[in-house]
Design a protein. Sequence first.
Length: 74
Amino acid sequence: MDVEKETEFWKNILGFEDDQFYKPYISKILRSSFTYKESFRHGTCSVYFGSVEKKSELMASIQAFMDLYLNGNI
């Protein structure tokens, strides 16, 4: 997994700037530990925030992304 490429992916999806990210890391996990067939291929992103406005924007972005993903457009 290319950390810079995946950080750029999440930055674009979430609309965040570089200085809003903590240092990314890759967890060592076994493929057999996955409970689903298809990998998302972009890892996971934990988000911490303290703004109602940012939370609303983030939740709308997550909903739009999931709508696209579940409809097979991504």
